[in-house]
Design a protein around this ligand. Structure first.
Ligand code: DX5
Ligand code: ZN
Length: 220
């Protein structure tokens, strides 16, 4: 799918004005809103939970793309679904029962995605591909915004694109971490069709211009 979808990550927004920050990227042409949930256990940082997502839900018509960097994940899935998540990405590394967790996401009426860390080989998601609508390839080690894009992950994107296409189903491949106008072009050339962007949207003076620049950079 081209141009790629752009999903600004509110992790880099001004937390004291969160609703305005969400409305601003919606006006700026964002496709999805990326919401990074961190538990200080699966990743070495804390962010926010379902309360914030629930509070933002009536403020925005954007697709809420929730990235769970938490373990365990199962006890919280229903909470995030009720809070208004349209998508839930959970990590293949978050526990031994990703298969069941993804089925649970689907049963809750939410689109399931599987996220994969830099150290994990692409084959690790082979057995859950039939359960997901999206794959989220981490191009940084998750936990913080503003890190450098790992070009070592481009091969993984290419491999996952082949694996996804071989299913015959429509599976989006998102890239998360260090996305800017240069790395956006590399990621989409490798087969990504969704770009998460924290710093390169919320760190810019004009969000609309930043979103358009990423979309254009990712056009093939
Ligand atoms: C990293 C998060 C990302 C983060 C990206 O753990 O999953 O979504 O917000 O931030 P940037 O775009 O600044 O690398
Ligand atoms: Zn994320």
């Amino acid at each position: 799918h081209f141009p790629p979808l752009i999903a600004p990550s509110v992790l880099s927004a001004d937390f004291s004005r969160m609703a305005e920050e969400v409305i601003a990227v919606e006006r700026g042409g964002a496709d999805w809103l990326h919401l990074d949930v961190m538990d200080g256990h699966f990743v070495p940082n804390l962010s926010f939970g379902p309360q914030l997502i629930k509070a933002l839900r009536p403020q925005s018509g954007l697709v809420f793309d929730v990235h769970l960097m938490i373990a365990p994940v199962d006890p919280y899935l229903e909470m995030f679904a009720r809070a208004g998540a349209d998508h839930i990405h959970l990590h293949i590394e978050a526990g031994p029962h990703t298969h069941r967790s993804l089925q649970q996401v689907r049963a809750l009426g939410v689109k399931p995605g599987v996220a994969i860390c830099p150290a994990t080989p692409p084959e690790a998601v082979a057995e859950v591909l039939d359960l997901v609508d999206m794959i989220l390839v981490m191009t940084v080690n998750p936990g913080f915004g503003g890190q450098k894009f790992l070009t070592s992950q481009l091969d993984k994107i290419r491999t996952l694109r082949r694996m996804a296409d071989a299913t015959g189903r429509d599976i989006r491949i998102g890239v998360d971490g260090g996305v800017d106008v240069e790395t956006a072009a590399l990621a989409t050339a490798a087969g990504a069709d969704m770009l998460v962007a924290g710093t390169s949207v919320y760190g810019q003076p004009d969000y609309g211009r930043a979103i358009t620049a990423l979309r254009e950079a990712g056009r093939r």
